[in-house]
Design a protein around this ligand. Structure first.
Ligand SMILES: [Zn+2]
Length: 327
């Protein structure tokens, strides 16, 4: 049976079609005009994220390709269509609207482009799509982009339930004290909107406790919970689903057996299986399930993960029962 039907953690900017990205990068002059496809490919897949010549990271590079309505629309439509072709029935696609305002679009206009594409895909294909707007960890203090983060909440709220299904905290987990983001997510929670938080991915396991204190609906990654029994117990007690993205976490080693997911499953944590970034991780959801099967995760557990994803989705109960029938 194919369990790879629902992806809850997938970044738009990290999952572009690479041929499309290369053409856009040349057109938008974000890479040298004589750069070959091979060099561009290498640049996106290389382990080292910094490219010294342009001093931009991989994420900055792909974000630079998504700075107007048409590019955002095309990229989103293309991604959702690929997911539909891969057999997914539901996907939550995340990105940070504040990263796409370099040419003067407002965050609300940015979201509109992505939502328009998602709506058109849903009219043209059977996949259902929700958009998660990410707040960003940037700079060395929460005040660095506080206004932009506030605006991300406002713009997301405008489309909440009409394209936007939730919020997230993404970026560099260790830049400033994790708990400093709590007041922003208190706003989100007080408005009754869903949110997840990247936590204990590259950052300390203790971020699990900081994240749980903000009472999110889910946690992104959370794999460093294995650093301390207290973090695992806190996750079990809160019964919080974890969005685990194995290939993305082990992309430098490709050693699937080294990933803590089997231990997390053994400990009874509520695991969901996701892709994170299709280009940077060189993966898709079917590959995630396949690799886990190859390292000995039973069909029974894989099926459980799939149903965990359904339960944890930021969509209406009505859509959940429709999706359940399709599973
Ligand atoms: Zn992520």
């Amino acid at each position: 049976m194919n369990y790879a039907r629902i992806d809850l953690h997938l970044h738009l900017d990290g999952s572009l079609n690479i041929g499309w990205a290369y053409r856009k990068a040349l057109q938008r002059k974000v890479i040298p005009e004589n750069e070959s496809f091979e060099v561009f490919y290498d640049r996106l897949f290389r382990n080292n994220t910094a490219h010294s010549a342009l001093s931009i990271t991989k994420f900055d590079l792909v974000c630079d390709l998504l700075q107007d309505y048409d590019d955002l629309y095309e990229a989103t439509y293309d991604l959702c269509r690929r997911l539909n072709d891969l057999g997914l029935i539901y996907a939550e696609i995340r990105f940070a609207s504040q990263q796409h305002c370099k040419k003067g679009m407002t965050q609300s206009e940015v979201l509109k482009a992505v939502i328009d594409a998602a709506e058109d895909v849903m009219n043209d294909f059977s996949i259902k799509v929700g958009i998660i707007n990410c707040l960003m960890h940037k700079g060395d203090s929460v005040s660095f982009n506080y206004e932009e983060n506030l605006e991300s909440i406002k713009a997301g709220e405008q489309y909440y339930g009409r394209g936007v299904c939730g919020f997230d905290l993404a970026g560099f987990e260790n830049n400033c004290p994790y708990a400093d983001y709590a007041p922003l997510f208190e706003i989100v929670r007080n408005k009754g909107m869903h949110f997840t938080l990247h936590a204990a991915e590259m950052g300390e396991g203790s971020h699990i406790l900081d994240a749980l204190a903000m009472r999110p609906d889910r946690i992104g990654h959370g794999i460093n919970c294995i650093q301390d029994e207290r973090y695992i117990e806190a996750l079990k007690e809160a019964d919080i689903p974890l969005e685990v993205c194995v290939s993305s976490n082990i992309k430098n080693t490709r050693n699937y057996a080294s990933h803590p997911i089997r231990y997390m499953l053994e400990r009874g944590l509520k695991v969901t299986i996701n892709t994170d970034n299709m280009i940077f991780a060189q993966s898709d959801l079917a590959n995630e399930y396949r690799q886990l099967s190859m390292i000995g995760v039973s069909d029974e557990l894989l099926e459980k993960c799939m149903y965990n994803s359904l339960d944890a989705a930021f969509c209406s109960d009505e859509l959940k029962s429709e999706l359940k029938k399709r599973l």
